[in-house]
Ligand binder design. Structure first.
Ligand SMILES: *[C@@H]1O[C@H](CO)[C@@H](O)[C@H](O)[C@H]1NC(C)=O
Ligand SMILES: *[C@@H]1O[C@H](CO)[C@@H](O)[C@H](O)[C@H]1NC(C)=O
Ligand SMILES: *[C@@H]1O[C@H](CO)[C@@H](O)[C@H](O)[C@H]1NC(C)=O
Ligand SMILES: *[C@@H]1O[C@H](CO)[C@@H](O)[C@H](O)[C@H]1NC(C)=O
Ligand SMILES: CC(=O)N[C@H]1CO[C@H](CO)[C@@H](O)[C@@H]1O
Length: 794
């Protein structure tokens, strides 16, 4: 993401909230009859105290580009004196910060990763636990550690991912605050006075996640209750799943550009979710019980700050108001498409008012299960109308359906296994030092690992010079994102793409699960597909979680700011071929099926490690290419800065995408998207020269990367898309004029696609069909993007 000046949202700052905390509170009374599980009870009842493999797995990983051979990746907070009954704040912060890591005044760094592990037990804090850049805070998955805020706790939140200084500045740029996880905790605010307290300050961007966390807050419906589980003021992201919020004023206070949040339970909150601002937000599998308001998206009714919300597969029980909104169909509210809302398969049986106005008048009364309801602008082809009503939508294709609407599966933590079930890649001959060719060692480790074992990639940088093939059922876990880097002559021929990692051949049935890896290149690899997924599998048994595709801009890639810094004043008709990345990031083929969650397909736009952190030009040909007909789910993915397209579907079937986020390259149109790669028919590449002249606009502005291109594909559902164009040759005049490029989404041929919650930025045409404009940005303005509640071909 970019350092974008979003002063647009300044009216909603944290400081305003602190200064005037009463203004956002609605004071709807709530029942308090449901009891909350006592953390002490669950701790005592657990049979597996301290049994998580994370605690005692052998640690062979090291960051190859750190320079300090003694650098410690793994830190157990007990080794720093935490958990002994006193104030644990300093010990925990010491465990996090030790080793010259990326803290205050550090923009970013990939060379100081740390896993900070919390064994079962209670930890007491009086000040925030500061989560440094590139940190995973992980508790015992079998017996959640409890972090208890002291009654005298002072500070923003129990865990703070981006501290504020007294002058209001942040440690990290919120939109660049990447690579973080927090999982397996109870955060307890119940000893604090109820007029204060937050669990996690989560001001983050891509490649971040919260998973399996319970927030315990004071249950009290009065005005004085100001506690909140998550406080998210701004950022860009992102993903979270499996969270429970008990009590509090707001379970979660959300504000960010775009996000996917899945499987969240709220009990006895005054308001479960307060949506402060967004461009788009996909909410899936919410259980909202005994709350005053479920989702309040009515902030600033006279000029709404919420762009859009997609709510799917959720249930409201004994909750006064389901969703509160300021949107009105007529008279038109400001901005015109602000407050767009999609409701799909939501049980409002336990909410007397399903959708209410900002003055609590019923817009949609008690409704039982709502199949589909929308407010905003809805397009059938090029016919747009303003709606606020039930709508007709096609059924979700059968292969995509799970137990609760669209299939979902959280990243497994294999918590039943012991450390002895893990086979270390470094014990199998791989070196991971960023200079040794590890191809053969990795292939042989994959071939020899047993079915009941897990292949563990110790942290490192593993060079791969030829295709590695996975032809068996396997589970692969990375130690805080080890890097698999394609390099060498074997990946040089851009006209003949060869995979670095090939999963199955020709639709073979396999169960392949991978998590916490990074795939990239060392130097140019234009003949490389980083991952080709050919395997079919049972629903959700072929999966990637937190596997990030990251090309250029970090230590070890030889594609950094010393060689590839931007230079917009020079003509780039002859691009610097030393700054080429890969040919294609991810490719699904045949009858392949894959579950892909919280994966970031990022061609770097700026330097993460070198001190200048400058913007850089990396030419990576293609992003994600889906050509498969088995089910593919993309939950919370983003694809950015690819030359030809970020997502392309060609002959694909049964695809769910929600939410997706894209940015087109900042250097375009210097050069435009016709350079440096010639379109290849075998890959169904876009041919901008012929497309643009055929569609009657041969301008450079037409020859820019697609956000999403769909050809001859059916049963495709997109639930939330934020597709952005922020630059013309690094200039931003076009952002205000909403015309950084002509097009963004192309639907071609015989395609059956429904796009719910489409938000585009600075593309004149939001959607074209076979080259013809379907919907204009100028007709559909929201707070920042232009937004459609729904686009369908017919
Ligand atoms: C709404 O707010 C935005 C962002 O602060 C501002 O640019 C715009 O002018 C406002 N519109 C109206 C009609 O007040
Ligand atoms: C993020 O939020 C903080 C506090 O609410 C505010 O000071 C800052 O200006 C915001 N930053 C951006 C880029 O919106
Ligand atoms: C949802 O989250 C809860 C609490 O973390 C967990 O127990 C449950 O298995 C999750 N459900 C799904 C479908 O993942
Ligand atoms: C092409 O489209 C762009 C963006 O809509 C517009 O500014 C330009 O004038 C168009 N050019 C032609 C030749 O139609
Ligand atoms: C068709 C339609 O309703 N278009 C409206 C969209 O919003 C613009 C302002 O941004 C109005 O001028 C249009 O009338």
């Amino acid at each position: 993401m970019i350092a974008f000046n979003a002063a647009l949202f300044a009216a909603l700052t944290f400081f305003t909230l602190l200064a005037n905390p009463g203004t956002l509170v609605t004071g709807v009374p709530l029942s308090t009859s449901v009891s909350v599980p006592d953390p002490e009870v669950s701790v005592a009842a657990s049979a597996d105290a301290g049994s998580f493999w994370m605690a005692d797995i052998e640690r062979n990983g090291s960051p190859p580009f750190n320079g300090n051979g003694d650098y410690k990746i793994f830190r157990n907070v007990k080794d720093y004196g935490a958990g002994n009954g006193g104030d644990d704040t300093d010990a925990i912060n010491q465990a996090i910060s030790e080793g010259n890591r990326c803290g205050q005044n550090c923009d970013s760094s990939t060379t100081t990763p740390a896993i900070v592990y919390f064994p079962p037990g209670e930890y007491r804090v009086s000040k925030p636990i500061v989560q440094y850049y590139y940190t995973q805070l992980i508790g015992d998955a079998n017996d959640l550690p409890v972090i208890k805020a002291d009654a005298s706790f002072e500070g923003m939140a129990v865990i703070d991912a981006d501290p504020y200084e007294n002058d209001g500045s942040n440690w990290y740029t919120n939109q660049n605050n990447f690579f973080r996880q927090i999982r397996n905790f109870v955060i307890d605010l119940t000893e604090m006075p109820m007029d204060r307290g937050a669990g996690i300050h989560w001001q983050v961007a891509q490649a971040t996640s919260l998973q399996n966390i319970r927030f315990d807050m004071i249950e009290d419906g009065s005005e004085n209750n100001k506690q909140q589980g998550i406080f998210m003021d701004n950022g860009s992201g992102g993903f979270m799943a499996d969270l429970t919020f008990n009590g509090g004023n707001y379970g979660a206070f959300f504000g960010s550009q775009q996000f996917t949040t899945r499987n969240l339970t709220f009990n006895n909150c005054k308001t479960a979710i307060f949506m402060n601002w967004n461009w788009l937000w996909t909410l899936k599998s919410l259980n909202i019980n005994h709350c005053g308001i479920g989702i309040d998206m009515s902030n600033s009714p006279e000029n709404q700050t919420v762009g859009s919300v997609l709510l799917m597969d959720s249930t409201f029980t004994n909750t006064h108001i389901g969703v509160r909104t300021a949107f009105k169909r007529d008279p038109v509210t400001v901005p015109e498409t602000g407050g767009s809302l999609l409701i799909n398969n939501v049980d409002f049986g336990g909410a007397p008012i399903a959708v209410a106005s900002d003055t609590d008048q019923a817009i949609l009364g008690n409704s039982g299960v709502v199949k589909s309801w929308a407010q905003g602008r809805m397009y059938i082809g090029s016919n747009g109308e303003r709606v606020q009503d039930m709508i007709e939508v096609p059924d979700v294709p059968q292969p995509l359906i799970g137990d609760n609407g669209v299939f979902e599966r959280t990243k497994p933590q294999y918590e039943d296994l012991s450390a002895s079930s893990f086979v270390h890649i470094k014990d199998q001959g791989a070196v991971g030092d960023g200079s040794t060719d590890d191809t053969a060692a990795i292939q042989s480790a994959i071939d020899s690992v047993a079915d009941d074992q897990i292949l563990y990639f110790d942290h490192g940088a593993y060079l791969i010079t030829d295709t590695i093939t996975i032809n068996k059922n396997i589970k692969i876990v990375g130690e805080i994102w080890p890097m698999l880097l394609a390099t060498g002559d074997g990946f040089a021929d851009e006209t003949s793409l060869k995979p670095m990692i090939k999963v199955g051949e020709d639709s073979t049935a396999l169960a392949v699960e991978m998590q916490d890896l990074i795939l990239g290149t060392q130097g140019p690899a234009p003949g490389c597909t980083l991952m080709q997924w050919n395997a079919a599998s049972e629903q959700g048994q072929g999966a990637l979680w937190d596997v990030h595709f990251r090309v250029g801009g970090y230590a070890g890639t030889n594609l950094q700011s010393d060689q590839c810094s931007k230079n917009p004043d020079v003509d780039h008709s002859d691009p610097n071929m030393n700054c080429v990345g890969a040919g294609l990031l991810l490719h699904t083929t045949g009858e392949a099926s894959a579950y892909i969650e919280n994966c970031w397909f990022w061609v770097s736009d700026h330097e993460l490690d070198m001190a200048d952190h400058n913007q850089i030009d990396i030419f990576n040909a293609r992003g994600v290419l889906l050509e498969s007909t088995g089910a593919v789910w993309l939950w919370g993915t983003a694809s950015e800065h690819n030359v030809l397209y970020n997502y392309q579907l060609n002959g694909a079937q049964n695809v769910f995408m929600g939410h997706i986020q894209t940015e087109t390259p900042y250097y375009q149109s210097n050069p435009d998207a016709t350079k440096p790669f010639a379109p290849q028919q075998a890959l169904a590449d876009p041919d901008f020269s012929s497309f643009c002249s055929a569609s009657g606009n041969d301008s450079a502005s037409c020859k820019k990367s697609w956000g999403v291109r769909v050809m001859d594909s059916s049963d495709v559902l997109i639930y939330g898309a934020g597709l952005y164009s922020f630059f013309e040759n690094y200039g931003q005049v076009c952002v205000g004029e909403q015309n950084c490029q002509t097009n963004m989404v192309s639907i071609e041929g015989d395609s059956d696609v429904s796009i719910f919650g489409l938000s585009t930025k600075a593309a004149v045409n939001m959607v074209t069909r076979d080259g013809e404009s379907q919907a204009l940005d100028a007709d559909n303005r929201s707070n920042f993007c232009a937004t459609l509640a729904l686009w369908r071909a017919s």
